[in-house]
Design a protein around this ligand. Structure first.
Ligand code: FES
Ligand code: FES
Length: 197
């Protein structure tokens, strides 16, 4: 007899989706899941492994709440299938630090009051860690630009920026204003003069 899933009354029962084994390395631990091949990495983390630190916001790649690191690079886990990451090293917010030993970014977010509701925070921190790994951001304008895929509905952006800048600064990754203003991009432009009366 084939297995069926629960369906609303009056509808025909549907067969369970076929599953396949998937081996994932998450935060240094190996996990084997039996999941439908179209399961996203986000759903694999949250629904099958109870790693609920990674948040589901839009589920459409637009908010960044689901950001995790795959081989050190940030991705939107809602847009990526779990089966494509069998040989990857996946890092979630749970793997960045522990309660007794927070990562520098986690500590900086607390010190700078860089969250209000906290829903976007795991994605913000993973994204900031990815940005640091990439080594591209050296100025506030670059951090703003490269973190622009992470939306915070509470509007904690200025404190998030301060937290990220502090960690970049502590790691000696920030350029002095004089050094970068010579090659400034349009994002680094001086403030617009107010209109004359
Ligand atoms: S939940 Fe993935 S980008 Fe919004
Ligand atoms: S702290 Fe609430 S959405 Fe960012």
């Amino acid at each position: 007899m084939s297995q069926v899933t629960q369906v609303p009354l009056g509808r025909a029962p549907v067969a369970l989706a076929p599953t396949q084994p998937v081996s994932l390395n998450i935060n240094g631990q190996a996990h084997t899941l039996h999941i439908a091949p179209w399961t996203t990495l986000l759903d694999a983390l949250r629904e099958y492994l109870d790693l609920t630190g990674t948040k589901k916001g839009c589920d459409h790649g637009q908010c960044g709440a689901c950001t995790v690191l795959v081989d050190g690079k940030r991705i939107n886990s809602c847009l990526s299938l779990a089966v494509t990451h069998e040989d990857s090293r996946i890092q979630t917010i749970e793997g960045l630090g522990t309660e007794g030993q927070l990562s520098p970014l986690q500590q900086a977010f607390i010190d700078h009051d860089a969250f209000q509701c906290g829903y976007c925070t795991p994605g913000q921190i993973c994204s900031a860690q990815g940005l640091i790994n990439e080594g591209k951001a050296r100025t506030e304008a670059e951090v703003r630009e490269l973190m622009s895929g992470n939306v915070c509905r509470c509007g904690a952006y200025s404190n998030i920026l301060s937290a990220v800048m502090e960690v970049l600064n502590n790691e000696g990754l920030v350029l002095e204003e004089k050094a970068w203003s010579a090659g400034a991009t349009t994002q680094d432009m001086a403030p617009v003069e107010p209109p004359k009366k």
